[in-house]
Write a protein that binds this ligand. Structure first.
Ligand code: DGT
Ligand code: CA
Ligand code: CA
Ligand code: ZN
Length: 585
């Protein structure tokens, strides 16, 4: 039970109260508590376990809230939350995933129309029944309809990080079972796809019965879909399906290759094997025509008989990796150890939870050479964005830290800012002030549903100010929630090249924006990619690893990634980027 899980229970309590039109003060106190928990640097589960009798010094958390945190941390649930869940149809929680539909409107719809499933909601919207409700109109109705369409497209998938959390729990319990010798997760999870449809687990085990028994009685199981001696399937409380296949040791490498996929990769690999006179399936490798089994020690052998090097799972999408491997030209993919610093981080000055000094100490723990401080700009009022005056003050503070001989950290702080791109493509802060920074990040946080040409123009215009170094979360997508902006990426890359702007791969697990295809495009066009955590709280620093996974899926190598450079190289790149192209000065 980590802090974000505890926080999410608190914010769900707030949602459930709001759906029931309860006291706004009560609702707000739960929201505030959720926020405090989310950004708390201490692990609350271990607080509850070891020091639960001591008070928690968190804003908005009194003794009642502390008691609930203890309850959740020790028992995994809390009474109040369970009671609220019991009082409302569970389908209403799905409404909250529809963009444009918050808890207040959800409650209104439920009370007025008595509907509680997404299918009923869709029908009501199509019949124009939503716009008749007080405070709603034709516009919000069509927005809700579009939101439902988007939701249907991603139905059933979860974020990679959510699958990882489930897998950690499953792995711990399963490997405690003495009959299991080996356990690997295959499928899209092993390929590090940004979202996962279901989890595919392979195991070598001596006796099936106790293995399947352990699997089917995992605490998170909601339903056993199938139970056999070589294969079982379960559905978890979270809705995620998990398949377990038990294979004999001699079949394991072939099964691992087969169930890792992707299907398109497997089809192409099998064809190559056939041309070399072999057959590959999930049971093993066989020489044709006599169908003679060939012993294999690992996946490497399967690729080798086809004349190829082993292919990292992240690349197995049949996007040219087989050809590259056969030609001995697989990329040497970037690794997290290559990353020398993080270029996108927020402090308490805007919407972060840490001070500059805390961030610097965390960056030291990760062995970073540099850390850019990049708070939001003034038009982002919800994030308490900085105006020119506050930014200048912050720059002085950074200079003071860097100059101090007795500072408690080694990392070099870079003066930066995440400046908002306004609707017309202008920047939210004076370009003259911005040009005094080490690093200027530009990004879109408002007016997100512009038509393609307008949105492209807007971002290109922002990049064309001489002072911008990096375009952050370029397509604005939120996985499973918000579609990317409608953008002409060819034009964006063109402008990035022309104006010396790098593109960010934002490593927040629900963003991972750029996606794998766009990373690959960046590489081919020669546009640098910066992999950033977009840290708002200490526990976000490690998100960087998810960004690295995605970068690997996009074929990126160390040299393609801006923040693998040393501080000196980085400074040179940033300066060079800012030369105004000839003829345009
Ligand atoms: P997902 O679960 O939608 O995120 O994606 P995957 O890739 O994990 O797909 P899944 O779970 O349906 O199957 C796992 C792997 O098993 C898949 O990547 C390749 C292999 N596989 C499954 N069905 C077939 C099939 O009909 N033909 C071939 N060649 N491979 C298959
Ligand atoms: Ca799968
Ligand atoms: Ca599957
Ligand atoms: Zn940001």
């Amino acid at each position: 039970m980590n802090n974000s899980r505890i926080a999410s229970i608190f914010s769900q309590i707030a949602d459930l109260l709001e759906i029931q039109d309860e006291n706004p003060f009560r609702i707000r106190s739960y929201r505030r508590a959720a926020q405090a928990i989310e950004s708390c640097a201490e692990d609350l589960a271990s607080w509850a376990l070891h020091r639960g009798d001591q008070p928690l010094h968190l804003p908005g958390i009194g003794s009642g809230m502390s008691q609930k945190i203890r309850e959740i941390a020790t028992e995994g649930r809390c009474r109040e939350h369970q009671d609220l869940l019991g009082r409302l149809p569970s389908g209403l929680l799905d409404f909250l995933r529809v963009p444009g539909l918050g808890p207040r409107k959800t409650g209104l719809i439920y009370r007025e129309l008595g509907i509680s499933t997404l299918a009923q909601l869709e029908r009501a919207a199509r019949e124009g029944k939503l716009q008749a409700l007080p405070g709603m109109g034709a516009k919000s109705e069509s927005k809700i309809l579009r939101g439902i369409e988007d939701l249907k497209k991603v139905a059933g998938r979860v974020l990679w990080i959510e699958a990882e959390q489930e897998i950690q729990e499953i792995r711990t319990r399963m490997t405690a079972c003495p009959e299991i010798q080996t356990l690997e997760v295959a499928g899209s999870f092993r390929r590090r796809r940004d979202t996962v449809g279901d989890i595919d687990i392979l195991a070598i085990g001596s006796i099936a019965e106790p293995v399947m028994e352990t699997f089917c009685s995992l605490p998170a199981v909601k339903e056993v879909l199938a139970r056999g001696t070589t294969r079982s399937s379960i559905r978890l409380e979270s809705g995620l399906q998990v398949d377990l296949r038990l294979v004999p040791p001699e079949s394991f490498p072939a099964a691992l290759q087969y169930f890792t996929g992707s299907q398109a990769h497997n089809v192409a690999l099998r064809e190559r094997a056939k041309r070399s006179g072999y057959k590959i399936n999930e049971y093993g490798l066989f020489r044709e025509p006599e169908d003679a089994p060939c012993p294999i020690a690992g996946e490497e052998d399967l690729y080798r008989i086809c004349g190829m090097d082993w292919i990292p799972p992240e690349l197995r999408e049949n996007r040219g990796e087989l050809e590259a491997s056969a030609a001995g030209r697989l990329p040497k993919l970037v690794e997290w150890q290559d990353i020398r610093g993080d270029l996108h981080n927020h402090t308490r000055d805007s919407d972060g939870a840490c001070t500059m000094e805390e961030l610097a100490l965390w960056a030291d723990c990760r062995g970073y050479e540099y850390l850019a401080i990049t708070d939001h700009s003034k038009s982002l009022t919800v994030a308490h964005g900085l105006d020119e005056r506050r930014l200048l003050r912050q720059m002085e503070e950074i200079d003071r830290w860097n100059a101090r001989a007795d500072k408690p950290f080694r990392v070099r702080l870079l003066k930066g800012c995440e400046v908002d791109i306004k609707a017309d493509g202008s920047l939210d802060l004076d370009p003259e002030v911005l040009s005094r920074l080490d690093l200027v990040i530009a990004s879109v946080h408002s007016h997100m549903s512009m038509p393609r040409d307008e949105m492209t123009e807007r971002i290109v215009r922002a990049m064309s100010y001489g002072c911008v170094h990096l375009l952050a979360h370029p397509t604005g997508r939120i996985l499973l929630q918000r579609e990317p902006f409608d953008l002409d990426m060819e034009k964006i890359f063109g402008a990035a090249l022309r104006w010396g702007v790098a593109l960010e791969l934002n490593a927040f697990p629900a963003r991972l924006d750029l996606d794998d295809i766009h990373c690959r495009m960046a590489k081919e066009k020669g546009v640098k990619v910066a992999i950033n955590s977009d840290t708002h709280a200490a526990e976000h620093f490690h998100f960087l690893r998810y960004g690295v996974f995605q970068a690997r899926r996009g074929w990126l190598e160390k040299g393609d990634v801006l923040n693998t450079q040393s501080l000196d190289e980085l400074r040179a790149t940033l300066r060079q980027g800012k030369r105004i192209p000839a003829g345009l000065a």
